[in-house]
Ligand binder design. Structure first.
Ligand code: ADP
Ligand code: MG
Length: 587
């Protein structure tokens, strides 16, 4: 026998293990969710690869997950017939930080500055494979990849900085393909090794796994058996011993299916409840909160696919995050293909949308390159984007104004980015935008609300950009418009102005910057202006002389009411706000 090789964990894993083993996290049962999801991923990978390489299934076509419990000894085994791991893959996957969820967990932990204290993060981000150590003192992973003819065993203890790897040589323990995890539970956690407990947890955590999960359950049935009467009893009564029937319970163990494997998106939307969508969303994307909205649809015609989309209640990734989000899970004929997209199915500014997409029209062996080139994908993308906008519009029409406020707080910047980047969808984006206004007291308004509130003679939509709400409100430019009771949009986010400039107009009404010269409110009295200009022309010259190069021109203006003068931007130049922006960027 070859001795077991000892390996050290990557430093980050050590830290993570330490946190997990000593955490006071009470929701330890998430370990099952993580391990079943790994089993499901391994089955997904195998099913996907076997499409082009059927040989991979030569050790058996079965794709399932089986969970066995030994309650007397506190042991749980989880066996999948998935892709398994080679020796190198074992080292790469179970000794380093492989999962992006785990990396995010560590990052969030660092940010929260309460190392080890904020144990809720464990459930929120998921700590992947290592969550086995929430409940186990020892974990053994025995695995066989179809790429290798050997089966390897990884073994780790809760409180040690290393793990071992050896070859499996007990013929009793050989598996044809896949991975078997054996968890030796900590003394206080042995309660998890009850078959009914596992069954219940699976119902809760894994009802949307698309492979059958079986648990070994103890069953019994009653039967009548013939027994001889007790001879002593018979003698007492002076009879010959008689035959008697007796009812006994026969015990046996049998595999019981724990989940429903029909994917929810294949069901009729009319028959799926909001709770079911929410559960599906939370389980699939490891989310805590219900989504703000969901949309389940089928498209037919040129390209057929089914999809369920969601708007998450909170945003985990920043808009500037260049990392891929894994928010869209693509299936082809119910086979999971990938969640590793980079703008193929959704533009960047809609990358916060999560969901599943299942197409019958793409080839099963579809690759990134094919996705990028595919006409089908382009059509799918168009439809998905439209549906996403419908869903967002739905939130904005909700009776509950808070819903959209929440949406806007999280994703407003994304939509403004959309206004800058996606001309094709301007009509869909514009009604979703929100701005402060001179007449709405710190409440955000929509462009529709603005247009509704326009005066009959008012032609344009007025805006002013400033670096704060109070400086926008106090700008002298507002005076004349306020006098006429014209509403003015107040742009305080630097992105507002850029977004609006890209839109140009809304419902045929131009956006007009009231801080630029030549503001025409349609009420100019040319005669009177001419007179005043003449009267004050020397004063203007004098001021221009005094200011020199600091200003381009000094003019008489009719735009003020109570302020004596104002600095305006040239019609074709940058607004003062844009100048501030450009200056900030060039620093
Ligand atoms: P993630 O699942 O997010 O990648 P995990 O920590 O849960 O992160 O798992 C780490 C890696 O270990 C997986 O990416 C996978 O390569 C490997 N792995 C874990 N469980 C299994 C399994 N049952 N079968 C095959 N590979 C597995
Ligand atoms: Mg995982």
């Amino acid at each position: 026998d070859l001795p077991a090789e000892k390996h050290e964990y990557q430093a980050e894993v050590n830290r993570l293990m330490d946190l997990i083993v000593h955490s006071l996290y009470s929701n330890k049962e998430v370990f099952l969710r993580e391990l079943v999801s790994n089993a499901s991923d391994a089955l997904d990978k195998l099913r996907y690869l076997s499409v082009t390489d059927p040989e991979l299934l030569k050790d058996g076509p079965q794709l399932d997950i089986r969970i066995q419990t030994d309650k007397d000894n506190g042991i749980i085994t989880i066996t999948d017939s998935g892709i398994g791991m080679t020796k190198q893959e074992l080292i790469d996957s179970l000794g380093t930080i492989a999962s992006s969820g785990t990396a995010k967990f560590l990052k969030a932990l660092k940010e929260s500055q309460e190392a080890g204290m904020d144990s809720n993060l464990i459930g929120q981000f998921g700590v992947g494979f290592y969550s086995a150590f929430l409940v186990s003192e020892k974990v053994v992973v025995s695995t066989k990849s179809p790429k290798s003819d050997k089966q390897y065993v990884w073994e780790g203890q809760a409180d040690s900085g290393s793990y071992t790897i050896r070859e499996e040589n007990d013929p009793e323990k050989l598996i044809p393909r896949g991975t078997r995890l054996t968890l030796y539970l900590k003394r206080d956690d042995k309660g998890f090794a009850h078959p009914e407990r596992i069954q219940k947890l699976l119902k809760n955590y894994s009802q949307f796994v698309s492979f059958p999960i079986y648990t070994l359950q103890e069953k019994g049935f009653t039967k009548e058996v013939e027994v001889d009467e007790d001879p002593a009893e018979a003698q007492k009564e002076g009879d010959e011993p008689k035959k008697k029937t007796k009812t006994v319970v026969e015990k046996y163990w049998d595999w019981e299916l724990a989940n429903e494997t029909q994917p929810i998106w294949l069901r009729n939307p009319k028959e799926v409840s909001t709770e079911e969508y929410n559960e599906f969303y939370k389980k699939t994307f490891n989310e805590y909160l219900d989504p703000l909205a969901s949309s389940h649809f089928t498209t037919e015609g040129e390209v057929e696919f089914r999809s369920i989309l969601f708007v998450p209640a909170t945003r985990k990734d920043d808009i500037t995050d260049s990392r891929k989000t894994k928010n869209i899970r693509l299936y082809v004929k119910r086979v999971f293909i990938s969640d590793d997209f980079d703008g193929e199915l959704f533009p960047r500014y809609l990358s916060f949308v999560k969901g599943v997409v299942d197409s019958n029209d793409l080839p099963l062996n579809v690759s990134r390159e094919i996705l990028q080139e595919s006409r089908i994908v382009r059509i799918m993308r168009k439809r998905l984007v439209r549906k996403a906008f419908d869903m967002i519009l739905g939130i904005s029409c909700s009776e509950n104004r808070d819903d959209y406020e929440r949406f806007w707080e999280n994703y407003g910047k994304f939509l403004k980015l959309g206004a800058m980047e996606d001309k094709e969808n301007h009509k869909r984006i514009a009604p979703l935008l929100r701005f402060f206004s001179s007449q709405s007291n710190d409440e955000l308004i929509s462009l529709d609300e603005y247009v509704e509130n326009m005066k009959p003679e008012q032609k344009d939509i007025y805006f002013i950009a400033a670096d704060s709400l109070s400086s926008a409100k106090n700008a002298p430019f507002l005076e004349r418009l306020t006098e006429k009771e014209y509403e003015v949009l107040l742009f305080v986010d630097p992105m507002d102005e850029v977004a609006i400039q890209n839109l140009v107009s809304y419902k045929d009404k131009k956006f007009v910057d009231i801080s630029k010269e030549d503001l025409d409110l349609g009420d100019n009295n040319e005669e009177r202006e001419k007179e005043i200009k003449q009267e004050f022309s020397q004063t203007c010259d004098w001021i221009k002389n005094r200011l020199g190069d600091k200003v381009a021109r000094v003019d008489i203006s009719n735009r003020l009411r109570s302020s004596p003068c104002v600095l305006v931007a040239a019609k074709f130049g940058w607004s003062a706000n844009m100048e501030r922006l450009m200056r900030a960027q060039s620093m």
